[in-house]
Design a binder for this molecule. Structure first.
Ligand SMILES: C[S@@+](CC[C@H](N)C(=O)[O-])C[C@H]1O[C@@H](n2cnc3c(N)ncnc32)[C@H](O)[C@@H]1O
Length: 348
């Protein structure tokens, strides 16, 4: 038998092994991060450099196993480890602290969110929400009965991804001549509050599920231009407004639900109304990585996804609306503006 050495195939194996190694390293990093949060290391680690054995005592962990964990945490920047084998905080470990950490880190590392990834393969097979396959109920059903989980989610949404995105979105949204804005699925009303701060003559409606609006931004509660309405988009009508904004609401819904949500808005929308959907677009070449990763995360959490411009046009059409314009904001988010279609062909 002759052994033939195929150089091209050997090279592709090397590259494949390297890519796999990078992913395996990332997976170990994520697993270590999750364990660090579960062990509450960011909360327990003192401000001064601390020996692993001391941290192990604080965490109730086996010192040699904690040392293994800390080695990877230090490698991925969750903690720092110096030449004396002392552990210290990094910006990331501070961002993970439960009292003053970033709400988004609490959402992504929450056990109930992270466990949903176990359902990904089955979800892909069955076109079913991995979260539901793993937990037996939907994300929003979870929030209705688990106030702590709802708090983690709405706090993360109300604070991230931060002001630069908000500013760009506000700047792109023209409210000239508008009297009433409805923030549909507006969460705690972070966007509505900012819009009303800028436009003193505009009144607003904040519409969302009870567990979202119960902690509505305090400045909305004290503003007599504001109506706060606890409701379910699939059951309760949003009512009349000149502009309806749905920011990152549709991407949490599957197509049927998204059409129902838009049809609800359409039902009371006056002929001149504008429906402004703010979403990342899967066909935006500038932010392809953002959209792809966000899309998969949405699928895992709630059966949603990021969509293309054409897919949004299709959803609008099915809900009796017509896509009129798409405005880029310089962030992953675009403003897709639609208007009621007056031709009764498929309206309703
Ligand atoms: C990602 S958050 C976006 C919140 C807000 N628009 C923002 O950009 O800050 C999606 C929102 O849709 C709301 N939502 C989802 N399903 C809903 C339903 N059936 N009825 C009302 N609101 C719903 C959620 O409660 C949540 O506040």
């Amino acid at each position: 038998m002759t052994l033939i050495y195929d150089e091209r195939s050997a090279r592709s194996h090397d590259a494949g092994a390297e890519a796999f190694q990078a992913l395996a390293t990332a997976a170990a990093g994520w697993g270590a991060l999750r364990a660090a949060v579960e062990l509450r290391l960011p909360d327990l680690l003192p401000e001064t450099p601390t020996a692993v054995t001391e941290l192990a005592a604080l965490a109730g962990a086996a010192p040699t196993r904690l040392a293994q964990l800390v080695a990877v945490l230090a490698d991925v920047g969750v903690l720092a480890l110096d030449e004396r084998a002392l552990v210290s905080h990094t910006p990331l470990s501070r961002a993970l602290r439960s009292a003053d950490g970033l709400p988004l880190t609490r959402l992504l590392t929450a056990g109930w969110a992270d466990e949903a990834w176990r359902g990904l393969a089955d979800g892909v097979r069955a076109d079913a929400s991995p979260f539901e396959l793993v937990h037996g109920h939907s994300l929003f059903a979870r929030f209705a009965t688990d106030p702590a989980a709802a708090e983690v989610f709405h706090e993360a949404v109300a604070t991230g991804p931060g002001d630069p995105f908000d500013e760009a979105i506000r700047a792109a949204l023209d409210l000239t001549g508008v009297a009433r804005v409805a923030d549909v699925g507006g969460g705690r009303g972070r966007l509505l509050a900012a819009l009303l701060r800028e436009h003193r003559k505009v009144s607003g409606v904040l519409f969302d599920l009870p567990e979202a609006v119960r902690d509505a931004a305090p400045e909305l509660r004290g503003d007599d231009r504001v109506e706060i309405r606890a409701g379910d988009l699939f059951v309760d009508r949003v009512g009349s407004a000149d502009v309806y904004v749905l920011r990152t609401v549709l991407h949490m819904l599957d197509d049927e639900q998204a059409v129902r949500a838009l049809a609800n808005v359409r039902a009371d929308a006056p002929a001149h109304a504008r429906v402004v959907v703010v979403e990342a677009l899967s066909d935006d070449p500038e932010h392809r990585t953002y959209a792809a990763h966000s899309s998969l995360r949405l699928f895992v959490l709630c059966g949603g996804r990021e969509r293309s411009t054409a897919e949004f046009a299709g959803l609008f059409d099915r809900a009796g609306l017509e896509l009129r314009s798409v405005t880029a904001t310089g962030t992953p988010y675009h403003l897709l503006e639609a208007a009621p279609r007056l031709n009764p062909r498929t309206d309703g």
